[in-house]
Design a protein around this ligand. Sequence first.
Ligand SMILES: *Cc1c(COP(=O)(O)O)cnc(C)c1O
Length: 416
Amino acid sequence: MSSSVRPEPAAYAQIDPPPRLLMGPGPINADPRVLRAMSAQLIGQYDPAMTGYMNEVMDLYRGVFKTSNEATLLIDGTSRAGIESAIVSLVEPGDKVLVPIFGRFGHLLKEIAERAGADVVVVEKDWGQVFTFEELRRALAQHRPKLLALVQGDTSTTMNQPLEGVGQLCAEYDALFYTDVTASLGGNPFYADEWGIDAVTAGLQKCLAGPSGSAPISLSDRAVEVIRSRRHVESGIDDGSAPRGERIRSNYFDLAMILDYWGPQRLNHHTEATSMLYCARECARILLTEGVENSIERHRLHGAAMAAGAAGLRLRFFGDQAHRMNNVLAVHIPEGVNGEAVRTGLLQDYGIEIGTSFGPLHGVVWRIGTMGYNARKDAVMTTLAALEQVLRASGAPVTAGGGVGAAAEIYQEAAA
Ligand SMILES: *Cc1c(COP(=O)(O)O)cnc(C)c1O
């Protein structure tokens, strides 16, 4: 019998994933409340209950992004769906886009802008560093782009780019300002209106405690004007009859049409991904119930405890620690230790996942996250205790209790 013969469907077991504690750079374990919301029954897309939920989602994410932008909604897809919709809708072929790159996701913004036909210019920083305000000013003054596209927290390096004042800078140079806050939102300060952001996109699988698959987005009135001035028609299918500008080069990510679907006209575009909308709504509801500031402080505390614990295990930090995100830490893999063997040991013996990184940092660092539902004391202490055992087995010189002891001190100080 050929090995390509598939088993009877009944031979496949029901989905029953192994218990895991996800302490990498994302995804992380979803909050059980989000999973329950996701399992709720479907309703029709024009059911008043559904349009009511859509309006609630818009309102909730205004709270999460700290904005009064009317155009605050969800793009169906993972975080890069949000990125792609913002860039392809704002940028016309030939437009100049400036991308300051300090990690992998800057390269992604560059690639997406290039695919949208933009004339892309980049400035680069070594991995582990962020741009200064003056460096951004110089790049804007030199290149005078239509759009500045800049990541806030880049999980590949764990760095958190300061954005305060950058929107005002962009306004001075007449540039639109887009930022990807997928990794940082909910765990680090972010103020869309105060910081003069024109377009911002996120995802659920980092500090928002949900699964990947929905991308919250918010657009300033200025960004909406730019998008609406590009040719689109009102049926969800562009028949080419509306001669205004260069048409947006994607149907799925045409924000002009998506805005009409979420707006009062409810013009059909796609069928909103209902289960993911339930998730996104619950993620925002949980975050706002805790309070955004409290959530940021929780990420700061557990991130600090994890960092102290890692230092207690004699692990050396990677990158400029003054600009590290609260929710993810990168440490050098110790000399002589097999990094992948440690990750495998953690997963197989303890059900705990941590990450390595990409490109120049692959096999050089581990990335340990404390985010969303897993930014908790028990998750931090369990991870440090298991890591100590696996490090010891791999021959690293660790002091017994060095990790959990150092983390416990941070918790004691916080409680005092
Ligand atoms: C994790 C991350 C993403 C994730 O994108 P997906 O399409 O959801 O996989 C995007 N941007 C940044 C900065 C991230 O850290």
